[in-house]
Design a protein around this ligand. Structure first.
Ligand code: GDP
Ligand code: GDP
Length: 382
C-alpha cells in the first residue's frame, strides 16, 4: 500500500541530504584552502594545524553557549596537546562544524520536484502545496551540526507535514452505537457515492465488522433506481446472513430506509445500513432523492464511499456529496491496490472529514479502521 508515495518521500530525504552534504564539503574545502593560503601569506610554518585549531575554538564556544551539559572533558587550549578527532567525529561533527543554516535556496528545487511528483501521484493541489510549505517552514533556518542532522530534520519535517494533513477530528462509531442504544434507537448510517466504487461490498464489510463486535445490523436497499443494485445488496446480505429490507425497483428510496429503521427498532437491532443510488454526483435528481432519505430517516452518519484508485476523482466526488448532503466520514475502497496514496492523503483534508475505514481487498473481512498514525507509519516506516 502507498509504495510509490513512500518512495517519493524517502527520495526527497535522500536528495536534500546529498545536496547539503555536497555543498558542505565544497564549502569546507574552499575554506581550508583559503585558510592555508592566508597562513602561508602570513609566513606561518604550521599551516596544517592552524585551521584545525580555529575549528576547535568555534566548536568550543558553541558548546559553552549551550551550557555544556555533555559529559565530554574540557579540552586544553594548547594547540600541541589537542587530541586528534576520532574517525567518528571526523565523519560526523567536523563536516558540519561551521553550523550551516539551511536556506530556502538549498531546498527549493527539491521541494518543487516533490510537489510535482505528489501531484502526479494524485495528491490534491492544495494538499501538495501545504506539505511543501510546511516542510520549508520547518527546515529553513535550522542549523546543521552533524551530517545525520539533514536527513533526520528532513524526515521529521515531512512526517510533521503529512501528520498535519491527516489530522481531522474523527468519530468513534462504537461510541455512537452505544449512545444510541441508551436512547433505545439504532444508529442509522447512510452510504453515498457513485456506482462501481465498491459501495455495496463495503456495506457488507461494515456489517461484518460490527457483527464481529456483537451488534445486529439491518440493510436497506435504497438504491431503487437499478434493479441490479437491489440484487447485488441482497446477494451480500444473504452471504453474511444479514436481514435486508427491500422494495421493488423504482420504489421510493426514503420509504425503504424508513421501513429498515422501523424493523431495527422492532427487533432491537443496533445498526441500520442504508445503500443509496450511486449515479453521478452531478445528477440533481439523485441528490434530491438523497436529501429526501435524509429528511425522512435523519441518518446519524453519512459516509462517503470512494475508490482510492480514482485519486483526484474520488476527492472531487467527496466534495460534491459533502456540498449536497453533508458527509460525516469517508471510506476509501481498494486501498490494497493503491500505490499512489494520493486520495488517502488528500480526501479527508480537502473536505475536512475523517477517513474512518479502508477497504483492503475483496472479501468481507478486508476492511480496517483508519488511523492517521498508521498511515504515517506506513509511508515512513522501515
Ligand atoms: P458498487 O457498484 O459501488 O456497489 O461496487 P461493488 O461493491 O459491486 O464493487 C465493485 C468491485 O470492486 C467488486 O469487484 C468488488 O469486489 C471490488 N472491491 C470492493 N472493495 C474493494 C477493496 O477494498 N479492494 C479490492 N481490491 N476490491 C474491492
Ligand atoms: P440519463 O438520461 O440516464 O442520464 O438519466 P437522467 O439523469 O436524465 O435521469 C432520467 C430519469 O431517471 C430522471 O427522471 C430521474 O428522476 C431518474 N433518475 C436518475 N437518476 C436517478 C437515481 O439515481 N435514482 C432514481 N430513483 N431516479 C433517478
Amino acid at each position: 500500500m502507498f509504495e510509490s508515495l513512500k518512495k517519493k518521500l524517502s527520495s526527497t530525504v535522500g536528495k536534500i541530504t546529498d545536496k547539503l552534504s555536497k555543498e558542505e564539503e565544497e564549502a569546507k574545502k574552499r575554506e581550508d584552502q583559503d585558510k592555508s593560503e592566508a597562513a602561508q601569506k602570513a609566513g606561518k610554518t604550521d599551516t596544517k594545524k592552524a585551521p584545525k585549531s580555529e575549528i576547535k575554538q568555534e566548536e568550543k564556544s558553541e558548546k559553552k553557549k549551550k551550557k555544556s551539559d555533555t559529559k565530554e572533558p574540557e579540552q586544553k587550549d594548547s594547540l600541541i596537546e589537542e587530541p586528534e578527532p576520532s574517525e567518528k567525529e571526523k565523519k560526523g561533527l567536523l563536516s558540519f562544524v561551521r553550523h550551516k543554516t539551511i536556506s530556502e535556496k538549498d531546498v527549493d528545487d527539491i521541494l518543487f520536484e516533490l510537489e510535482m511528483s505528489l501531484l502526479e501521484g494524485d495528491v490534491a493541489l492544495e494538499v501538495a502545496e501545504e506539505i511543501i510549505n510546511s516542510v520549508k517552514e520547518d527546515l529553513v533556518g535550522r542549523k546543521i551540526k552533524r551530517k545525520n542532522d539533514v536527513s533526520e530534520f528532513t524526515k521529521e519535517a515531512l512526517k510533521n507535514a503529512i501528520s498535519k494533513i491527516l489530522e481531522v477530528d474523527s468519530q468513534n462509531i462504537d461510541e455512537l452505537i452505544q449512545l444510541k442504544q441508551k436512547q433505545g434507537e439504532p444508529l442509522k448510517i447512510m452510504f453515498v457515492g457513485i456506482n462501481g466504487t465498491g459501495k455495496t461490498t463495503t456495506i457488507a464489510k461494515i456489517a461484518t465488522h460490527f457483527i464481529e463486535k456483537g451488534y445486529k445490523p439491518v440493510m436497506a436497499a435504497s438504491d431503487t433506481f437499478r434493479a441490479g443494485a437491489i440484487e447485488q445488496l441482497t446477494h451480500h446480505a444473504d452471504k453474511i446472513g444479514v436481514k435486508i429490507i427491500k422494495h421493488k425497483k423504482g420504489a421510493d428510496p426514503a420509504a425503504v430506509a424508513f421501513d429498515a429503521v422501523e424493523h431495527a427498532k422492532a427487533q432491537g437491532k443496533e445498526l441500520v445500513l442504508v445503500d443509496t443510488a450511486g449515479r453521478m454526483q452531478t445528477n440533481v435528481n439523485l441528490m434530491d432523492e438523497m436529501k429526501k432519505i435524509q429528511r425522512i430517516i435523519k441518518p446519524d452518519l453519512i459516509l462517503f464511499v470512494g475508490d482510492a484508485l480514482t485519486g483526484n476523482d474520488a476527492v472531487e466526488q467527496a466534495r460534491k456529496f459533502d456540498d449536497a448532503v453533508g458527509v460525516d466520514g469517508i471510506i476509501l475502497t481498494k486501498a490494497d491496490a493503491d500505490a499512489k496514496g494520493g486520495a488517502a492523503l488528500s480526501i479527508g483534508h480537502v473536505i475536512n472529514k475523517p477517513i474512518l475505514f479502508l477497504g483492503t481487498g475483496q472479501s468481507y473481512s478486508d476492511i480496517m479502521e483508519f488511523k492517521p498514525e498508521w498511515m504515517v507509519e506506513q509511508v515512513f516506516g522501515e
